[in-house]
Design a protein. Structure first.
Length: 196
């Protein structure tokens, strides 16, 4: 039985050239043809997406769809200012790139006209707010905020009962440097002392 001449493309999904092999002995040529027909858009060399139809015209694939295809289905985690600023510890950073932790690649890449800074780092399967605190403390220089400001914000939010102290200590011990762990321990001691 011959493979179908035309692939069924899922709107909003990203594809690597190799994903088109079931439909053609020359997937690169098939990708070019599908781009020419408007059924695919090129996001980067060897990476394409099927546009999502909207009332305003075709929309690009989501960051998650592009990253999933680009990283070959490997685990990844989008972090950085949107996650850090939401913690309310004093960070108000903005980046022109999206920070992505993964297990496969490092470097800055442009996918679908958007910039991504990929870093190969160790991160939890299910990150908690306490892990994002440790992540911010580790990258305070990228966030453009001093450790003293973050420490103040951490103590204030710990006093209000916003974080799980045991989980925060565990995240700092597992994912933080000695400096980060020491800062977290100081903040926890100060919080306990003020509660006594």
């Amino acid at each position: 039985m011959n493979p179908p001449a035309q692939p069924e493309l899922e709107p909003g999904r990203a594809y690597r050239t190799r994903d088109l092999r079931p439909w053609s002995a020359n997937p690169t040529r098939l990708a070019r043809r599908l781009v020419d027909e408007g059924k695919l858009r090129e996001a980067a060399h060897g990476l394409y997406y099927a546009p999502l139809p909207t009332r305003f015209g075709p929309a690009p694939a989501s960051d998650e769809a592009l990253l999933h295809a680009f990283l070959g289905g490997e685990r990844f985690l989008v972090t950085g200012p949107p996650c850090w600023n939401a913690l309310g510890l004093g960070s108000t950073a903005m980046f022109a790139v999206t920070l992505v932790y993964n297990t496969r690649r490092s470097g800055e890449f442009q996918l679908g006209g958007r910039r991504f800074l990929l870093r190969r780092v160790f991160f939890p399967e299910q990150p908690t707010a306490e892990w994002f605190i440790v992540d911010l403390l580790q990258h305070h220089d990228m966030a453009g905020v001093g450790l003293s400001v973050l420490r103040e914000g951490l103590v204030a939010t710990l006093r209000s009962g916003r974080w799980n102290s045991m989980r925060l200590r565990e995240m700092a011990e597992t994912y933080g440097t000695k400096t980060t762990l020491a800062l977290v321990d100081e903040a926890l001691l100060e919080t306990e002392a003020s509660a006594a």
